[in-house]
Design a protein around this ligand. Structure first.
Ligand code: SF4
Length: 61
């Protein structure tokens, strides 16, 4: 499973707190998702980040 952050991101930082192994902030102050497959250990937190994003900016890639 991979994730993708779309152009809706407002840079609130929630996903980077919920799942820092997958989501990081860029220099442009938006989130980006790891290019790698998410490990089974990180998937629950990644799903929580997807569901918690206030602007639905996180998608399954
Ligand atoms: S939770 Fe959503 S809006 Fe906030 S930084 Fe992450 S992708 Fe962007």
């Amino acid at each position: 499973m991979k994730y993708f952050v779309n152009e809706n991101c407002i840079g609130c930082g929630l996903c980077t707190t919920t799942c820092p192994n997958v989501f990081t902030m860029t220099d442009e102050n938006v989130a980006r998702a790891s290019d790698s497959d998410v490990s089974p250990e990180d998937e629950p937190a990644a799903e929580e980040a997807l569901e918690g994003c206030p602007v639905d900016a996180i998608e399954h890639a």
